[in-house]
Design a protein around this ligand. Sequence first.
Ligand SMILES: Nc1ncnc2c1ncn2[C@@H]1O[C@H](COP(=O)(O)OP(=O)(O)OP(=O)(O)O)[C@@H](O)[C@H]1O
Ligand SMILES: [Mg+2]
Length: 336
Amino acid sequence: MPRTVKRARVKFAGREVEFVDRVTAIGQVEELAEGGTWWPLVVYGPEGCGKTALLRQARAILEEYGYHVVYVNPLAERVEEMLQYTPSVRSIVEEALRLIPEPYSRIVDVAISVAGHIMRSLSRPRLAVLMDDVFQAVGVDKAEQYVKALLNLIEWPPADYDKIVVLVASSEGVTRARIGRHRWAEIRAMWNMPREGFQQLYEQLPGPKPPLDEAWRWTGGNPETLERLYRAGWDVGNIVDSIIINKELSGAFVRRWDSRLWRAVEDPDYLWEEDEELAKELTERNFVALMNARRRDMWIDVPPPERDPELGIGRYYAWQTPLHREAVRRVLGAAR
Ligand SMILES: Nc1ncnc2c1ncn2[C@@H]1O[C@H](COP(=O)(O)OP(=O)(O)OP(=O)(O)O)[C@@H](O)[C@H]1O
Ligand SMILES: [Mg+2]
């Protein structure tokens, strides 16, 4: 009988829920736990697709496999959430923190040195370093530098280890090409929830709510968008507005690209086939994601279908969610 993996507890729509679905990803993390990683594994996925939740689940799995886990998220809302770790290394981490002035102002460096400290303090430990949203915090220019530092930790550790797993999660599509040009990391893509997993989250939301089909068509399976819709009383216009505002989608921007942007709205693969310039712009602003790799082993969990025009998914590019596309469409319409 297959062993069942302990499911992590995550927050969803103001309540604590069990991490759902993502069965393939769980199996992949177990493989990593068994073999360790030879390079930092960098996972790219749309904003709100579930990267942080996955890292929480990864932590639970890795701890079951005897790893000491250090998790860092420089963008966490509260200081105590920025650096989290397995209780077994508490005293080592606290000691390392005491040696560093103002550790929370440069928590990514701190996490790397804490990892080194753990290696030196324990005899051949199993160690996992999970980095969430770090590129966003350190900036695009430094992303490569940090990946190199993580690779060094694997290749030139300050002390012996048994196994090491290094996972980095990011929604910053712009850093992807930068990191991809070196052989310092393995890059994989992650997508929004598959339909069944999405349904499980949807069912946990108290009613009244729109039919599942509708929620799916608005969110494309993005759990954070589902959460936001729920909080906004299912007012789609409200969410589209906040995308327009938060991403500073101005009339000037849409007029600059006008008909080219319309074409991307109609078919995101236009960006791959004909318009590198606009592709770069929309990736940078996190409206679209590149998904040129379709081999299963280049994904964490399962890739979306090769084409789903309704959800704005193409073979090469996809709108992060249908509401991202809707935001662009709305501003385009207004600018006419
Ligand atoms: N598999 C899952 N099971 C249960 N809840 C999930 C799952 N995936 C995501 N969620 C919940 O959906 C919401 C959005 O997910 P999460 O914050 O992990 O996304 P993210 O990719 O890290 O987003 P961001 O790009 O903003 O950092 C969170 O409340 C999270 O707990
Ligand atoms: Mg996150």
